[in-house]
Design a protein around this ligand. Sequence first.
Ligand SMILES: [Mg+2]
Length: 232
Amino acid sequence: MIHALGFDLDGTLFDHRGAAARGASVFLSALGVTVTDAAIDAWFAAEAVYFEQWRSGRIGFAEQRRARLRELLPGLGVDLPHDDAALDALFERYLAAYRSAWKTFPGVRDLLDDLRRQGYRLGLLTNGSTAQQTQKLEALGLTDFFDVICISEQIGHHKPDPRAFAELVESLDVSGAECLFVGDDPVSDAAGARAAGLAALLIPSDADVVATLTRALAYPDPHRPAASRPIA
Ligand SMILES: [Mg+2]
């Protein structure tokens, strides 16, 4: 029986890709770059590589931001600043554009409100920096929906580490089997949750969390269909 729902944030409740694409476009245009699909693809490729290096503990959070600029900008014809402080200031210009494009996917707040009314305990488990994810949740108006918020930097474990999911369910005061975890990443979210004993629901890249979760919860036992049906 599912008593609690755990959620990923970026790409699940929050349209990270839309905001980052908009932010990168504004940022690169201001640097004189003609923004093409290839440039945006390169932005996301660098983000994936260096965010993963941070997640796996190889580099610090500020350094993954600098590394992304060092990798990307020369190929787009932009001269790199010479020191870290200047690189950080440059990345802040991207962040300003990214933040101004922050928004949830449609219907997310109504969905969370409905789930609370139905009596589910709600938790959030996100990989990221405490400062940025906290700010994001506040800006999106999502903070108060959750009984528990676990940010990987703060708890010291990143998804898919089972200890991250254990922290979530302990804080929610439920067993793993009583918690359905909902996310968009097959490895960090779905496989990680299942390895930690939770049920998992993967949001397909061409679907949205509202429709997918509503459909899954319509089954008498959402644990089994969510965990076993090839929804993804
Ligand atoms: Mg995600």
